[in-house]
Ligand binder design. Structure first.
Ligand SMILES: [Fe+2]
Length: 224
């Protein structure tokens, strides 16, 4: 983690340079290849230790966290200098995908965030490369919420039934790397009712953590 932490200042410089022209998107955000070839070859070392050397189909949250840390260090070292920012929605780019894991780079301008959601049964992890992200976590079995702030250089892994809402509530951009195993196939979106209970409001069959609006199916009261 030392390398990651030591690179944060350099990364902040890049972030602010890029943020001066938000909305200028990478061509990759339009093409969305299965894996970004500019990142795929960089992933070989972490695949060797967490992926190919193991026979289990699923990667656990610790391995996923290692993926995000590894990719984060490659990015902070300047070997993947393609982050962009979009004032209309969180910019995101798939970095890598194989049959067991997919890896995404996401940027968050101030005020941008998710809705309360799960990951359709996939486990996950994320590492913050720059800025900071606030996370609200909901635990259905206790109907309780907790909040935590993830600073640059820190990461977190979570299991298959995890429900959270992640936001940039600061006044500066944030960048993070996210991993899922199995690769995302579905997401469910929730609200809390007046009693603090979880209500499913929409679902999306998607391999994208930012599903397109046409993929999101709202779940009305009484819907099957
Ligand atoms: Fe999430």
């Amino acid at each position: 983690m030392g390398k990651l932490e030591n690179s944060v200042d350099l990364w902040h410089t890049r972030i602010h340079a890029s943020a001066s022209a938000p909305g200028v998107l990478s061509d990759l955000s339009l093409t969305r290849p299965e894996s970004d070839p500019r990142m795929e070859h960089l992933m070989s070392p972490v695949r060797a230790t967490t992926g190919a050397a193991r026979s289990a189909a699923l990667l656990n949250p610790i391995d996923l966290l290692e993926y995000t840390r590894f990719a984060g260090e490659e990015i902070l070292a300047g070997r993947y200098p393609f982050v962009r920012f979009d004032p209309d929605e969180r910019w995101h780019q798939r970095l890598y995908r194989d049959r067991r894991v997919d890896l995404w780079l996401i940027s968050w301008l101030p005020g941008q965030g998710t809705q309360l959601h799960d990951h359709g049964g996939s486990s996950g992890a994320f590492t913050v490369l720059s800025g900071e992200l606030s996370e609200a976590t909901y635990r259905p079995h206790t109907r309780s919420q907790s909040e935590q702030v993830h600073l640059a250089g820190t990461g977190f892994g979570f299991g298959a039934h995890y429900i959270h809402d992640v936001r940039n509530v600061t006044d500066r951009p944030a960048v993070s790397v996210h991993a899922y195993s199995l690769p995302l196939e579905r997401m469910n979106f929730y609200d809390l009712n007046e009693s603090g209970e979880l209500e499913l409001v929409a679902t999306a069959v998607t391999d994208d953590p930012e599903p397109a609006p046409e993929l999101i199916r709202e779940v009305g009261i009484g819907a099957a």
